[in-house]
Design a binder for this molecule. Structure first.
Ligand code: HAM
Length: 422
């Protein structure tokens, strides 16, 4: 027997029964971003491997063990993008979008990370990412968070908690890093193996440990707040004030450090306890050094990305799928002449009523089987055109969900009648 074909572990099909909810989510996010003046950018799914090493950082989980990297036929090392910020910055530099300009951009699409798959964590997953370039002040950090906040409102998602931290500017971060290394070295016996390894490579990530045995040690570690300069402190305070003025609640989390190296100053995550271990639905922050690091002129930048699978899981739980609009009408056609005439009538209705969702029966069969299909389609009502209706110049309207009487409407008044059925 030949082996069955199968999708790759951690990579999923989005089936028709679910795609309506995906579209609702994507449309809602896009609408909110458009209302704030953000414009879409589309980048390739594959980039040179070096781009991710230089931006995300050589000693991060993503670059060390999660990238899908391969050699193409020219011998170039390419990687399926694990995230969108690096590619967006690359495109911005390459097309001269960044220098001395303000850009508010968004993108969406699949990202790839070879992580251990579990609920909410996949190897191909979808993000909507948002980046703003050329603005150094806390006002744009605030706008980023307000955009996300409005997205949740628009999606009807409550129960998301905003966690906030600052990592300080470049030099402050270096000083803080040194202080952390000093502290953890002095307490090396309390570190697990993973953290010991990180001590040299990426000590900030030790703060992010999930190991309960290290909780106390981490809690007493130096705080980044003590290493902030005047400007960073003011930047952060201004952001916090802005959030308060806009009624956005937040929790300060001094251990929020993020898994990518390019951040400085503001970092934030929106988290929920409804999704088990993978509770971060949105994450981002400021990355003022990245553009220069990738060869562009120094440009301040801030952004975030939302994980669509995780938002879909929350929407499903909230029953959002049941509120999505389905088919309005199912056109039942019995008899050869009605079939011919029915297709034309359906086209005329579609021309008159652009919002009408009309499914025309194809494949023949009697009234009974067609009504069964009409019912299963989820349509609100069936339009009925048989030989008898055709001869009399009328169309039957049978309501499939509401207790309303069946009607007969003259064919030339049908569009007006359907339009009146809000
Ligand atoms: P990130 O924290 O790596 O940041 O990912 C952002 C979001 O993508 C996560 O909070 C999560 O919702 C989702 N996500 C990440 N990995 C997976 C996975 N394996 N399966 C399902 N969902 C996942 C970034 O990617 C940055 N580029 C965000 C950013 C933009 N920072 C500044 N600008």
């Amino acid at each position: 027997m030949t082996k069955k074909v199968q999708a790759i572990r951690g990579m999923h099909d989005i089936l028709p029964r679910d795609s309506g909810l995906w579209r609702f989510l994507e449309d809602t996010l896009r609408d909110v971003l458009t209302r704030y003046g953000y414009r879409e950018i589309r980048m390739p799914v594959v980039e040179m491997t070096d781009l991710f090493k230089r931006s995300i950082g050589e000693v991060t989980d993503i670059v060390e063990k999660e990238m899908y990297t391969f050699e193409d036929r020219n011998g170039d090392s390419l990687t399926l993008r694990p995230e969108g910020t690096a590619g967006c910055v690359r495109a911005g530099i390459e097309h001269g979008l960044l220098h001395n300009q303000v850009q508010r951009l968004w993108y969406q699409g699949p990202m790839f990370r070879h992580e251990r798959p579990q609920k909410g964590r996949y190897r191909q997953f979808y993000q909507v990412g948002v980046e703003a370039f050329g603005l150094a002040g806390p006002d744009i950090d605030l706008e980023m968070i307000l955009v996300t906040h409005r997205c949740w409102q628009q999606l009807g998602l409550t129960d998301l908690e905003l966690q906030l931290n600052t990592l300080g500017s470049g030099e402050e971060r270096v000083a803080y890093r040194d202080a952390l290394v000093g502290y953890f070295r002095a307490h090396e016996e309390g570190l697990d193996e993973d953290s010991r390894r990180r001590l040299d490579s990426n000590p900030l990530r030790i703060l992010d440990t999930k190991n309960p045995d290290m909780a106390e040690l981490v809690a007493s570690a130096p705080s980044v707040m003590d290493y902030l300069g005047e400007e960073s402190r003011r930047h952060f305070e201004s952001l916090c004030k802005g959030l308060e003025a806009n009624g956005v609640a937040y929790t300060l989390n001094p251990h929020l450090v993020r898994g990518l190296d390019y951040y400085s100053r503001t970092v934030f995550e929106w988290v929920t306890d409804r999704l088990g271990a993978q509770g971060t639905v949105c994450a981002g922050g400021r990355y003022d050094g990245l553009v220069e690091q990738l060869g562009g002129r120094s440009t301040p930048a801030v952004g975030f990305a939302v994980g669509l699978e995780r938002l879909i899981a929350l929407l499903e739980e909230a029953g959002a799928a049941d509120r999505l609009p389905g088919i309005d009408a199912y056109l039942v056609l019995a008899g050869e002449p009605a079939q011919q005439q029915g297709m034309r009538m359906a086209e005329q209705l579609r021309a008159r009523l652009p919002a009408l969702r009309l499914l025309t029966h194809c494949g023949g069969g009697g009234f009974k089987s067609q009504f069964k299909k009409a019912d299963r389609s989820g349509a609100r009502y069936a339009l009925i055109l048989g030989d008898d209706e055709l001869q009399r110049g009328v169309v039957g309207v049978k309501f499939l969900r509401e207790k309303l009487e069946q009607r007969e409407i003259p064919a030339d008044r049908l569009a007006d009648f359907l339009a009146s059925l809000n």
